[in-house]
Design a protein around this ligand. Sequence first.
Ligand code: NAP
Length: 253
Amino acid sequence: MSTILITGGTGALGTHIVDRLDDRGHDVRVLSRREGAGTHVGDLATGVGVDEAALGAELIVHAASDFRAFGRHDPDQTRAVLRAARDARHLLYVSIVGIDRIPFRYYRRKLECEQLVADSGIPHTILRATQFHELIASVLYPARWLPLVPLPLDFRFQTVATGDVATRVADLIEGDPVGRADDFGGPEVRTLAELVEIWRAAHGGPRRAVRLPLPGRIARAFRDGVNTCPEHADGVGTFAEFAARSSGNPYVR
Ligand SMILES: NC(=O)c1ccc[n+]([C@@H]2O[C@H](COP(=O)([O-])OP(=O)(O)OC[C@H]3O[C@@H](n4cnc5c(N)ncnc54)[C@H](OP(=O)(O)O)[C@@H]3O)[C@@H](O)[C@H]2O)c1
């Protein structure tokens, strides 16, 4: 049994990580900015409460991220975690497949965070996962009653169940630090057009989607599936199973 601090433990992925590690009998701490949402109140932006939450934690999972302003504050927030984690036995950072080859601003910040972790001297593991099913749902759910939605239908995704990623995170954090772990992807690569069809079958909308032609290197990378890892299609939960179960936008809490 270990004491484990999870940043982002109230998020789409983090709640599953908390469940997995709880089930395995660990003493799980959850950092959240919101009173009552986790076990420890703290804010990585100000540093308030972070040292207290990390004190005595042998293992740290850093899954917090703030997508606003394309993750502008993520590097500073990762520095705050690393400062508090200096005595940890193992720190795991959750990252995203393909971020070194897609020039998206949020991904550049994630890459910077990976580098901070790698240079920290703290025994660590970096796990890159593909897009979560929830991310696609957060776009399609609000559009379900619209008569027509323009979307980059030719983008490719290998969406993955957050529960499957959480199991991999739990397995990795319980083991020895490995540096960069193998990428982790969902069971199938699909175009956004296919994902829209699946969502429509489960939720009745969006009624019609038209291809939004997006120029540029970022769009080309998503069309080419640079964000996928078909050689690591290790997740088992499909988008169809997720869509059938999901009742709303999982990012609205
Ligand atoms: N979404 C995807 O498709 C995807 C794919 C691959 C990897 N990832 C990575 O997986 C990780 C989790 O993503 P997610 O989608 O599950 O996140 P999410 O649902 O957006 O949750 C974000 C989490 O970060 C915490 N957080 C944000 N700012 C904070 C701050 N200043 N201080 C303390 N906590 C803060 C939030 O906690 P409170 O609000 O409770 O304070 C929340 O638990 C991220 O690193 C993300 O880059 C995401």
